[in-house]
Design a protein around this ligand. Structure first.
Ligand SMILES: Cc1cc2nc3c(=O)[nH]c(=O)nc-3n(C[C@H](O)[C@H](O)[C@H](O)COP(=O)(O)O)c2cc1C
Length: 218
């Protein structure tokens, strides 16, 4: 698989098979992903890899945890403006249409959202943390690392879904993983093999036309 194929075929998977993945393979891909660039070569990513029995324990822990939490950060700006608002809306509508959940069925939509905290059934996951002193440039470096990892996973037939949803669960993560005070959660990522029978995985997210975001001086 060449890079273009990996970029074009990667997509977020939201229903996984109960099929295990070797921890050693994931460690290897993470090590390769650390070749990602970062400003000043700070390499600001801190990755917690979760697999096997610990994953089972964590899912059990999450089912029992019901302490209220203060989100680590606001996932979207308040009053999201256009065209971002429409992109987000269209993604949600396309997804719930595949899941056959109508707009007024708030309970079913919420239940699907909660599936984030079961990693959509994935057997493995990672969490990406960043030191509290780091700012926007270093947070963007995290994105470099995560996309590189997702493309490497794609090359190995492994599916992923990045999950900012975990930003609303900083305390549960701190408690379970004994995360040091100075590390803040950026996002999680579900890792596994896609369930090809699940309709939600048919979702193909649209992209805005290049005229909308590309300014050319030639
Ligand atoms: C940093 C990041 C966080 C994300 N968080 C979530 C999430 O919490 N839950 C979810 O279902 N999808 C999440 N996504 C997936 C996006 O919705 C998805 O990337 C976008 O709709 C484009 O679709 P594609 O990944 O299939 O190309 C996240 C993606 C990124 C890059």
């Amino acid at each position: 698989m060449n890079v273009s194929d990996a970029v074009n075929s990667r997509k977020s998977i939201r229903a996984f098979l109960d099929q295990p993945i070797e921890t050693s393979l994931l460690i290897n891909l993470l090590k390769i992903a650390s070749r990602s660039p970062s400003g000043g070569n700070l390499q600001p990513w801190h990755i917690y890899l979760l697999n096997g029995k610990k994953m089972d324990d964590f899912k059990e822990f999450m089912k029992q945890w019901d302490n209220p939490e203060q989100p680590q950060y606001e996932i979207y700006p308040p009053n999201l403006k256009e065209p971002y608002r429409t992109s987000r809306f269209e993604l949600g509508e396309a997804m719930y249409q595949l899941l056959e959940i109508p707009r007024d069925d708030k309970a079913a939509r919420f239940a699907h959202l909660m599936e984030n905290f079961n990693f959509f059934g994935a057997p493995a996951a990672l969490f990406c943390f960043v030191d509290e002193t780091m700012g926007p440039p270093q947070w963007s470096d995290l994105g470099m690392f995560l996309q590189t990892f997702m493309l490497l996973a794609q090359e190995h037939g492994i599916d992923t879904c990045a999950q900012e949803a975990w930003a609303v669960k900083p305390d549960s993560l701190r408690e379970f993983f004994s995360v040091p005070e100075e590390l803040n959660i950026f996002c999680g990522m579900a890792i596994g093999y896609k369930d090809t029978q699940a309709r939600v995985n048919e979702l193909h997210s649209e992209r805005r036309s290049a005229d909308e975001w590309l300014t050319i001086f030639d």
